[in-house]
Design a protein around this ligand. Structure first.
Ligand code: ADP
Length: 585
């Protein structure tokens, strides 16, 4: 049934009021009848008691003539029907009947109130009286007449009054009920109107929201104000669920992207407190337990970054580079972006330590290579010019000039050869072809070529080598590495000192060490000594004829043979260069 909420509430109020009125009416009718009957019965009983006393005192015969007179007299006084009868049920007097009618009355000995009075002194009954033609309530009492006989006095009252009172009460009830119903319906009507008015507005609002959310209509089988609301709310709930799912998916994607990034991302609110931090940022800033809402300033105490955070304006991207103390110390480039609607800021952190290092190497390389090439070229140019200007005639001087040209040309050639070698090594990434080689044999071979040079400098070379040590290496590359280490040890050593060459067994590797007591390499240069053209003292290096590329080439070669290179200091002075090679077991 398609009734509006208003009609449903209206019908419900009518039913409710009717049920309440009927229940109250039935209960009142019953309770009132009971109460009236009890009252009348007790009144009748009192009157019977008084009438009995009167009759017991009364002189005279127990005859119809006398008793009818007494009954009439009592009936008049009490305004009730009074009957006097013998205990056999023979009526002697009745206030509502004349003597002739009394004569025709049947015996009353079977009347229940009479039977009870004879048996128990008092009796009571309610029934329809044929003789009076109405419902009556009878109360009878046994009494002793002055003649010595027993007789029964019965006083009766018509229940007509009771009925009249009840009918009157019912009329009042019907009237009150009608009034109550009208009042209830009016108040209910107004209240329903107000409630359904609000409800209708609510439904319209919910429908607009559902339509804006783009939800599909859901079939509704009841059509009232609330069903409309239910439908709209269902649509909104469905749309909300879908939106939440989409949001959750988007969040998962975002988290996956953030966690997979090789950059640190920190989201900050407008107060500079962290709301999100990805894995890389935690690693970079050494944050063990990330707490949402913690100020960034408590995690990073870098003034330049804090200044950047303090100065960021509307929708601008700014960046700053700073060092994080570590360890290890790293250079970080931080960029900050302000999100629209004052929603906070995003800080992106990038570890640029390696990039900066490579940039520096590239810068140094370009500067070094031009410098290295320019010096011999300038010498060759100047000497050639001098010769052409007439120095050729001076044999002794021209000899010196030409010798300098030859020396610088060879140096240029060595630099170019080393550069080509280095670029070839950097271009190819395939490992060298390796074969088992006796390391001591290679060392001997290399030493023999430098023996004279060492002897000239009065340098002793001590070998601690196991002649059976076999390594996996490329013959040419191995000679180049050993030659470079030994050359440097002789060049940068002081005359009269010694060099120690040692093999150290390191399980799967053999570590070759070349130790000298020369000038050594200060700590700050050690990490860069294997870079191209890197020199501790370029003047000295050039004097000894070095190109500055030997160690860089050696590092590349050892790398390609599967080993590592390094340098340690020697106390009180000197350097220990080492390289590892794969051991043949
Ligand atoms: P170079 O041809 O200049 O020797 P290298 O690449 O072989 O080039 O060496 C680079 C620099 O390392 C040298 O210029 C020198 O400053 C330093 N060096 C190399 N070996 C030693 C050593 N045994 N003692 C001190 N300094 C060294």
């Amino acid at each position: 049934m398609n009734l509006s909420v208003r009609s449903k509430l209206f019908l419900a109020s009518i039913v409710l009021v009717l049920v309440v009125i009927l229940t109250i009416g039935i209960y009142l009718n019953y309770a009132l009848s009971q109460w009236l009957e009890t009252r009348i019965s007790s009144e009748l009983k009192s009157q019977v008691i008084l009438g009995r006393l009167f009759l017991q005192e009364k002189k005279g015969d127990l005859t119809v003539e006398h008793m009818d007179w007494v009954a009439d007299m009592l009936g008049n006084r009490l305004s009730k029907r009074v009957t006097i009868m013998t205990i056999d049920g023979v009526v002697l007097g009745d206030s509502q009947l004349n003597l002739e009618e009394i004569g025709h009355l049947e015996s009353h000995d079977a009347r229940p109130e009479v039977v009870d009075a004879i048996r128990a002194e008092f009796g009571q009954a309610k029934r329809y009286s044929n003789s009076v033609g109405t419902s009556m309530l009878y109360v009878a009492g046994l009494f002793h007449h002055s003649s010595g006989k027993e007789a029964v006095l019965r006083i009766a009252m018509s229940l007509q009054d009771l009925e009249t009172t009840r009918e009157h009460l019912l009329l009042v009830l019907v009237f009150a009920g009608t009034l109550a119903m009208v009042a209830a319906l009016s108040v209910g009507g107004v209240a329903t109107h107000l409630v359904t008015g609000t409800l209708r507005k609510l439904v319209r609002h919910a429908q607009v929201l559902a339509m804006e959310a783009g939800a599909q209509p859901i079939p509704v089988y009841q059509h009232d104000e609330i069903s409309g609301l239910t439908g709209s709310l269902d649509q909104i709930a469905l749309e909300l669920r879908r939106n939440l799912q989409e949001l959750s998916d988007a969040r998962s994607h975002l988290e996956a992207v953030l966690e997979g990034m090789e950059e640190g991302v920190v989201a900050l609110d407008n107060a500079g407190c962290m709301t999100l931090m990805n894995h890389y940022a935690k690693k970079l800033l050494a944050v063990a337990d990330f707490q949402t809402g913690k100020p960034l300033a408590e995690v990073v105490q870098v003034q330049s970054l804090l200044n950047l955070l303090a100065n960021t304006g509307e929708s601008t991207v700014k960046s700053v580079e700073f060092d994080l103390p570590g360890p290890p110390v790293c250079q970080v480039l931080a960029g900050i972006t302000t999100m629209g609607n004052q929603a906070g800021r995003i800080l992106v952190l990038r570890d640029v330590t390696e990039i900066r290092r490579l940039e520096m190497i590239r810068r140094d390389f370009v500067a070094n290579v031009s410098h290295e090439l320019r010096t011999p070229v300038s010498v060759i140019q100047a000497n050639a010019q001098t010769l052409m200007d007439g120095a050729m005639e001076d044999y002794e001087y021209s000899g010196i000039l030409m010798e300098a040209i030859e020396r610088n040309a060879s140096r240029l050639s060595r630099i170019i050869t080393d550069l080509l070698e280095l670029s070839r090594l950097e271009a190819e990434h395939a490992p060298f072809e390796l074969q088992p080689l006796y390391l001591a044999q290679a060392m001997d071979r290399v030493y023999m070529l430098r023996r004279e040079m060492a002897e000239n400098k009065n340098i002793d070379i001590c070998f601690y080598m196991d002649p059976n040590t076999q390594i996996l290496a490329n013959g040419g590359a191995l000679d180049r590495v050993l030659g470079n280490y030994l050359d440097n040890a002789i060049y940068y050593n002081v005359p009269g000192s010694c060099i120690t060459i040692r093999f150290v067994d390191q399980n799967q590797f053999i570590r070759l060490e070349v130790e000298d007591n020369g000038i050594g390499i200060p700590q700050e240069h050690r990490s860069r000594i294997f870079e191209r053209f890197y020199r501790v003292d370029s003047g000295r290096s050039r004097k000894v004829g070095g190109t500055g590329l030997g160690l860089a080439i050696a590092k590349h070669m050892v790398d390609r043979m599967g080993g590592e290179v390094g340098v340690d200091s020697v106390e009180p002075h000197g350097a220990k260069f080492w390289a590892t090679f794969m051991k043949v077991t």
